[in-house]
Structure formats: structure tokens, C-alpha cells
Design a protein around this ligand. Structure first.
Ligand code: PHE
Length: 402
């Protein structure tokens, strides 16, 4: 339907018959009255058939925006508005001003038209309301038959998983888990561990120092091992102490298949009044068997750490060749180079000098400590030959350890 037609129909036009009296329109009998009312009714019926959008687009199209921004209200006001609605105009111009002989007919026609208009407007209101509701419902509808979005569930990094395994084992034999700062002072990282400033062992643990303002009281460094937590733990609590410390450590190493400037350790410390070397080796042996399986053997060799005395290096029988030193396809096992043993980690009985730093009585207490490289343990257990894969975050690697 062309918009212009309705536009004209809605707009009160100059020659709108309801603005004139019946006499001015030349109506003087019942028939003429009925015809005029029929005309108005037809006009109304055409308009009331439109829905809100049609009326709105019509108004926009014709740049006619009534005082009501809502088109349905505009239409309603045009017909039944109290001040200048068509029904009011008919009352004023036709009904009130009709000759007494026609008053009855005009009155009857007027009442019929009024009822008709009010009923239809109410029907239109309902219709539009329902349509709006249905549209809203339609918009909000969820189609349950559409395929869902698959969100892959992540998993813990292998290092995190190995931490967890180790924590579980030590937790089950009475150790608790503590964590400490990755930024340390030289005192905790070295001095209190019996490593004075010019001790040659510091060369092995060259690390990253933080750039600090000149006024800083002490230099700060990224810890080279988790051992500073031995000191921090003993400073805080009296014996007995049984803790493990999982965490990240840093060293100024050049990256290759077995070196990384960032790696992971689990420190262990047990101090009490009567801890012996047997408790020490027994605990380590228990852990290694839990971690690698009960068929492995352990051994220790003398070693050196400034904060343990005696110090040892723990080995495990080669998990690749079973300790025999021979490769499955003949020749020597490349992992243990035919020795049948693989070096695991450093440990020892706590050096009495360390107790001096934490105000423990070295004559009354004894204990042991160990520090294992988690990356190395994970590589051995899961047959990984390059430490770098732990830090590259390649999903193809990570996915193999769900
Ligand atoms: N902190 C030592 C290292 O990182 C390991 C260690 C810990 C040795 C505890 C003995 C006792 O090499």
C-alpha cells in the first residue's frame, strides 16, 4: 500500500468533514447522516488495521512525527483524543450543531461509531502487544539442537604434577609443605647457609642480582636454590622441623638440553633431637622407591655442600637399563653411560654451623636436608631428553601429560 494514502488519511486535512457542521456539508436527512458516518468509519477501519511498525515507518517516511513518539498512541489520540480527536470533533460539529430533527439519528450513529472505534482500538492494542511479546520470545529462544562449543579442559603442567607427586609422598610421612620468596637476600641464599662472601662455591651458583636504588640496605638476588627456606623455617619454629619446600630457582646458566636459567627444586629439611644418618638414608630410599617404583635401588656417594656435613650425592639404579648398564638393543645404556646408576640429587646431615645462624643448640639437635631438581626427576621418570620443553609451552608436548 502506498504510504502517502495513509499519511493523508491520518493527518487531519483541511477539508476534514468532521471540522464542518452537517449543514455546511449539505447533509439534511438520515440517509446523508448515515453516509457521512460510514465515510468516517471506513477511514478509521483502514488505519486501525496497521500495526505499530507500519504506522511508525509510515510516519518516518512522511517525516511526520506526531507529538507522541509512540505511533499507536498517535493514532489513538487522533481518533479519541479529548481535545481534538475525531470523536470530539463529531460531537462538537455534528452532534451539538445538528438540527433537532436529526439529533436522534446523529446521536445513534455517533454512539455506534464510538463503540466501534473504542472496541477496535482496544483490539489493536492487544494485537500489537501480543506481537511484541511473541517477537521478544522468538529472539530469546535457545536452540538446544545446535552443536555446543567445546571448551578443551586444561591440565596441570607436568612440573606441577611432579611437584604434587613428591608433595604427596612426603606429606604421607609427616612432612609439611612451605613456600618462600624467589627474591632473596645474600644472607639467606648464602651466608646463613655457611657460604661466606668469597667462598668458591658461590661461583657454581652465579645468579641474577636485582638493580636497586643506591640507598638499598642489602642487595637482592633471585634465589639459586630453595635452601634459604631451611634458614627461614628454622628461624620461625623450634625443633622438631619436618618440611619440604617446592619452588622455582634461578641460575646464570646458558640454556641447553640439561640447563635452564630457571628450574624447579624441592628442598627437604628434618631437624629433631635424635635424627641419625639412618633416618636420613631411610627417608630418601623410601621416597625414591615411592617415586620411581619399588624395584629401584639407591646409593649415596660422598659430596660437598657448605651447609651439610657429611654431604652426599644420591643415585638411583638406572631406570632405563634396570641397573645392568646394557642397552636393550645391545651396547651400553646411553642414559647411565653403562654405569648402571643415575645421579639424582644432593643432600646431607645439616652442618652444625648452620644451627648457629638460627639459634638452635647444635649439641642438642641433628637433622638432614636434601635438594632435588624437579625438572631432572621429571625428565628421568617420563623419558624427556630436553629440559627446554618445560618452558616452551608447546601444547603438543603438554597434551601428552593430561
Ligand atoms: N641446595 C643444593 C643445590 O641446589 C642442594 C642441597 C640441598 C644439598 C640441601 C644439600 C642439602 O645444589
Amino acid at each position: 500500500m502506498p504510504f502517502g494514502v495513509i499519511y493523508i488519511a491520518i493527518m487531519p486535512t483541511v477539508d476534514d468533514p468532521t471540522e464542518k457542521t452537517l449543514a455546511e456539508l449539505g447533509v439534511n436527512d438520515a440517509q446523508g447522516v448515515a453516509e457521512k458516518f460510514a465515510e468516517v468509519r471506513t477511514r478509521f477501519d483502514r488505519q486501525v488495521a496497521f500495526d505499530a511498525d507500519e504506522i511508525r515507518s509510515l510516519m518516518l517516511h512522511e517525516a511526520w512525527l506526531g507529538s507522541d513518539s509512540d505511533p499507536v498512541t498517535s493514532l489513538r489520540n487522533f481518533w479519541v483524543g479529548r481535545k481534538a480527536g475525531v470523536l470530539t470533533l463529531i460531537t462538537e460539529n455534528w452532534l451539538k450543531k445538528s438540527p433537532p430533527s436529526l439529533k436522534g439519528v446523529v446521536g445513534k450513529q455517533f454512539n455506534e461509531l464510538k463503540t466501534h472505534i473504542e472496541t477496535k482500538l482496544e483490539e489493536q492494542r492487544k494485537r500489537i502487544e501480543e506481537k511484541t511479546e511473541a517477537a521478544a520470545l522468538n529472539r530469546e529462544q535457545v536452540d538446544l539442537s545446535l552443536p555446543g562449543v567445546i571448551r578443551p579442559i586444561g591440565s596441570h603442567h607436568l612440573i606441577r604434577q611432579v611437584f604434587q607427586e613428591i608433595e604427596d609422598i612426603f606429606f604421607s610421612i609427616g612432612f609439611s609443605i612451605v613456600e618462600g620468596p624467589e627474591i632473596e637476600t645474600p644472607y639467606y641464599n648464602f651466608e646463613a647457609l655457611n657460604i661466606p662472601e668469597f667462598h668458591p662455591v658461590r661461583d657454581d651458583m652465579d645468579t641474577f642480582y636485582l638493580e636497586l636504588p643506591k640507598a638499598a640496605k642489602t642487595p637482592l638476588l633471585l634465589r639459586t636454590h630453595t635452601s634459604p627456606m631451611q634458614i627461614r623455617t628454622m628461624e620461625k619454629q623450634k625443633p622438631p622441623v619436618r618440611v619440604i619446600v617446592p619452588g622455582k630457582v634461578y641460575r646464570r646458566d646458558n640454556p641447553d638440553a640439561t640447563h635452564s636459567f630457571i628450574f624447579h627444586q624441592v628442598e627437604g629439611l628434618a631437624v629433631d633431637t635424635d635424627i641419625t644418618f639412618c633416618d636420613f638414608t631411610g627417608t630418601i630410599d623410601y621416597f625414591v622407591k615411592q617415586f620411581f617404583g619399588s624395584s629401584v635401588k639407591t646409593r649415596f656417594r660422598p659430596s660437598y655442600f657448605p651447609f651439610t656435613e657429611p654431604s652426599v650425592e644420591f643415585d638411583v639404579s638406572c631406570i632405563f637399563c634396570g641397573g645392568g648398564g646394557a642397552a636393550a638393543g645391545g651396547g651400553t645404556c646411553s642414559k647411565c653411560k653403562g654405569s648402571g646408576w643415575i645421579e639424582l640429587f644432593g643432600a646431607g646431615m645439616v652442618d652444625p654451623a648452620v644451627y648457629g645462624f638460627v639459634k638452635y643448640d647444635a649439641r642438642k639437635v641433628s637433622g638432614f636436608a636434601f635438594g632435588m631438581g624437579i625438572d631432572r626427576l621429571a625428565m628421568l621418570k617420563y623419558g624427556i631428553d630436553d629440559i627446554q620443553v618445560f618452558f616452551q609451552n608447546d601444547v603438543r608436548f603438554l597434551k601428552q601429560f593430561p
